[in-house]
Design a binder for this molecule. Structure first.
Ligand code: SF4
Length: 352
């Protein structure tokens, strides 16, 4: 007889969604059950994403100098973390940075700027950059992450060729006001909804390790499911010195793995991305986490350094996965269906 988690995977694959109790059981799995949990979540991962890993590349268009006070953020008002601070990259700098990520194997470029939200001039800047990037690299997927959106801005981004919009809910509604006071949970949900309504693929995720309870992590995941977030970045708090969360160390590699497995069980068909804090918190369990998650950022994060891109790609290869959109992945795909051009309706003899 299979494990309880195996039976849960059977039920999810047969169309019965996981409940909050199932999610809590995954989060609270005994360490001795960890591999059964990973195996069960891995079955869901492979059912929806096969052996592919989506690779995303971050370009921080504007760093630091933010008037918002998100307590976890090194770019926030009041943070004294000694990060790089600069105003907008030029179009050429952006193209150069994005090109490096694409060269490294990324299929999606995430264009991010700090701040409460974009002005209309900022939107113009970004749409020009996106147009230039897409004409150089027609297959690239672009995700914009520019903060809270005003009416009409999501539509402008969509018209400019932006594919997705990222705005994380970060934590459960019931924990939100403990981590930021300059905007509300409802503000964040409103922006995700605006992006979705404009036809952008919603990307919204969370940060674990912010003092939330197990129940609040589950609450956040069900909220993301409800919001129909297509991609769910799971960040693990990097407690920068100079921020209110400095010296907050609540996570262990096993805990991170259980969080990712829980996310997969609740949202089996969504892109689950291991985001910031991957190297710091998962450490030597990163390859195991790929059995559950299907997406990572390549190389550096917004204000901190990630491991070498080559090490990320080696980890993917060594684990038997292939980078989505790479030659290797395309070679494994079956051929497209051949359109019939013979037999009935044509002057050519049938294939019989
Ligand atoms: S998360 Fe975004 S809005 Fe919040 S402080 Fe950081 S840059 Fe500003």
């Amino acid at each position: 007889m299979g494990s309880t988690f195996d039976q849960l995977a059977d039920a999810v694959l047969a169309g019965t969604p996981a409940t909050a109790d199932d999610a809590l059981a995954a989060l609270r799995a005994d360490d001795a059950e960890l591999m059964s949990l990973v195996a069960a979540a891995g079955r869901l991962r492979r059912a929806h994403f096969g052996n592919t890993v989506k690779v995303n590349y971050l370009v921080n268009l504007k760093s630091g100098l933010c008037p918002e006070n998100c307590n976890y953020c090194s770019q926030a008002l009041g943070s004294s973390a000694p990060i790089l601070k600069y105003s907008w990259l030029s179009k050429d700098e952006t193209l150069q940075q994005a090109g490096a990520g694409l060269q490294g194997g990324a299929s999606r470029v995430c264009m991010v700027s700090s701040g409460r939200g974009p002005s209309n001039r900022d939107i113009d800047k970004v749409t020009e950059m996106v147009g230039a990037l897409k004409s150089e690299h027609p297959d690239v997927e672009v995700c914009a992450c520019l903060g809270l959106l005003s009416d009409g801005q999501a539509e402008q981004l969509k018209d400019a060729g932006v594919d997705a919009y990222n705005h994380n809910i970060n934590t459960a509604e019931s924990n939100h006001d403990n981590i930021v006071q300059t905007h509300t949970y409802a503000d964040r949900v409103d922006t995700v909804t605006k992006a979705k309504t404009a036809g952008l693929s919603p990307c919204s995720g969370l940060i674990a390790g912010l003092g939330e309870t197990d129940e609040q992590l589950v609450e956040a995941l069900f909220a993301l499911k409800e919001l129909e977030s297509d991609s769910i970045p799971v960040n693990f708090l990097m407690p920068f010195d100079g921020t209110p969360f400095e010296n907050t160390w609540e996570l262990s590699p096993l805990r991170c793995l259980k969080i990712l497995a829980m996310a997969r069980i609740v949202c089996p068909d969504r892109e689950i991305r291991i985001a910031g804090g991957r190297e710091m918190h998962l450490r030597s369990l990163q390859p195991t986490a790929l059995q559950v998650a299907n997406s990572i950022f390549l190389g550096d994060y917004l204000t901190s350094e990630g491991q070498e891109a080559e090490a990320d790609l080696a980890m993917i290869r060594d684990s038997g996965f292939v980078v989505l959109g790479s030659d290797e992945e395309l070679a494994q795909r079956p051929a497209d269906p051949a359109i019939r051009r013979r037999g009935a309706g044509t002057d050519v003899l049938p294939n019989a």
